[in-house]
Design a protein around this ligand. Structure first.
Ligand code: NAD
Length: 465
């Protein structure tokens, strides 16, 4: 069945490549209306998958998609137009331009942590660029995957857009096919498998991978608003966010007072103790047993020797609940410091000077984002100039993901390629270069046979043009 859909999409891809912006926008409008009409169903699916609250679903799944579609609708005509480049003196009579053309049949493999957003987001870019697509949503969030399948069946024939549900086995089957582009969101480990499979067919690919994004909190930072932002960004979706602040690097002198501010905000947002948090409907659960026990192991290892629990640390394995937790650590080589946390545990690492913080970051793979909270321009510049990351947040975090005009992506282990808005449209397109001859052909001067006059002209080119 998978191959049949793939073949049908291949037959249609050229027609879609030639589709107008109006036709593509009509499809995006159908998605937009479906989302707006099914807001309640989307919320129910996410509630069933990991008890995500309606408010968080509105803010982090529905609104970013609605805003992405509106942005594409506003700009697509302009993006699709040929983009003329400057004339060059040697090619004076030629006109030259770039046109974005659809790549062809694309595969979108997505993950469970924002299961609706991360499946439909890339689809919006794929449709904008004029591609047919197969979506393989995550088997770990089955209710949302089922809803995505229902939505696509209602809106598209499968020769254009199809959903194929299943686990690793289905993914593996799909990855054998010669897709024109593969868009993968998930862990770095599986990202490598996807890249290997893509290389067999020389398929293009985008990898949106793991985070481990550090936050630097410098002495000069406005500590009150910094704490508000960090607690929001960390415990949103219960830390199961690729761009979540993974851990804090903080100036030793302010660690005590800053921890107090963090704790005050946890209490304000979610409740004064673990019972209050556990019954708070805005506090979601860890997605499954595997991820829950991974996080419990981090807490238990901390109790042994990997650090000191400054706040929280309680959990309930019956319903995958983990209390907002803060851990002081400087353990090199421990899971807490080397692996993406992806849960409501916030490690704090102290530094005595900014160079130590930079070294700590640079000993690890380049993260998806680096967040710097500081009012000291010299310090900020130092961090920016001596590190790599997909994004930077200056006294801000997480929200660069949903800014309509910012490309989003990582660096090597945190990702390859860019998505969202114009960057997403480009990712699903080939930049095709056109050159068109004018009436006069000055270039004859470089055609043989070569004589002294031609040699002099070429010599002039080499020296001056
Ligand atoms: P995962 O890599 O286990 O799974 C992602 C997808 O890959 C699923 O659809 C799954 O079915 C499929 N898959 C699993 N094993 C496979 C295999 N062997 N071959 C082919 N496909 C396979 O990821 P996860 O644990 O579900 O997601 C969490 C990770 O995703 C985190 O690291 C997080 O940071 C990352 N993430 C990144 C972004 C981003 O935009 N950069 C966004 C969200 C999540």
């Amino acid at each position: 069945m998978i191959e049949e859909i793939f073949n049908k999409q291949n037959q249609l891809k050229n027609k879609l490549r030639l589709s107008s912006s109006k036709e593509r926008i009509a499809k995006l409008n159908n998605i937009l209306n479906w989302i707006l009409n099914n807001r309640a169903n989307i919320k129910t699916a996410l509630q069933k998958d990991f008890r995500k609250s309606g408010e968080e679903t509105d803010i982090t799944e529905i609104y970013p998609l609605v805003s992405e579609i509106r942005n594409v609708k506003k700009n697509l005509r302009k993006w699709m137009k040929p983009n003329f480049v400057k004339r060059s003196i040697i090619y004076l009579t030629h006109s030259a331009f770039v046109k974005y053309e659809s790549k062809g049949v694309v595969l979108i493999i997505s993950t469970w942590n924002y299961p609706f957003l991360l499946s439909i987001g890339p689809l919006i870019s794929a449709i904008a660029a004029g591609n047919p697509a197969i979506i393989k949503p995550s088997e770990i969030s089955p209710n949302t995957s089922e809803l995505i399948s229902k939505m696509i069946l209602e809106l598209f024939p499968n020769k254009e857009i199809a959903v194929v549900q299943g686990d690793k086995a289905v993914s593996t089957e799909l990855l054998k096919l010669p897709f024109d582009h593969i868009f993968f969101t998930g862990s770095t480990e599986i990202g490598k498998i996807v890249a290997k499979a893509a290389s067999e067919n020389l398929s293009d690919y985008t990898l949106e991978l793991g985070g481990k994004s550090p936050v630097i909190v410098e002495k000069s930072a406005s500590l009150k608003s910094t704490a508000e932002k960090i607690v929001w960004g960390k415990y949103l979706n219960k830390g199961q966010t690729c761009v979540a602040p993974d851990y804090i690097l903080i100036d030793k002198d302010i660690r005590n007072s800053f921890t107090e501010l963090l704790v005050n905000n946890i209490k304000k947002y979610y409740g004064n103790n673990h019972q209050e948090v556990e019954t708070n409907l805005n506090y979601a659960r860890i997605i499954n047993e595997k991820h829950h026990s991974r996080l419990v192991e981090i807490i238990e290892n901390t109790k042994q020797n990997d650090g000191q629990i400054l706040y929280g640390g309680k959990y309930d394995s019956e319903n995958y609940f983990i209390e907002p937790t803060i851990i002081l650590t400087n353990c090199e080589g421990c899971k807490i410091s080397e692996e993406e946390i992806f849960g409501p545990i916030l490690p704090i690492v102290e530094y005595t000077n900014l160079d130590e913080a930079i070294q700590w970051i640079n000993k690890r793979n380049p993260p998806l984002s680096i967040y710097i909270f500081s009012n000291n321009k010299i310090g900020i510049d130092k961090v920016i100039n001596s590190t790599h990351s997909g994004g930077i947040g200056l006294n801000e975090l997480v929200i660069h993901f949903s800014h309509p005009h910012l490309p989003f992506g990582g660096v090597r282990h945190s990702g390859i390629g860019r998505s969202h808005g114009f960057a997403g449209f480009k990712e699903f397109s080939y930049e095709r270069s056109f050159i068109k001859a004018g009436k006069l052909n000055f270039l004859k001067i470089i055609y043989p046979p070569y004589n002294n006059r031609k040699r002099k002209i070429v010599d002039f080119f080499v020296k001056y043009l």
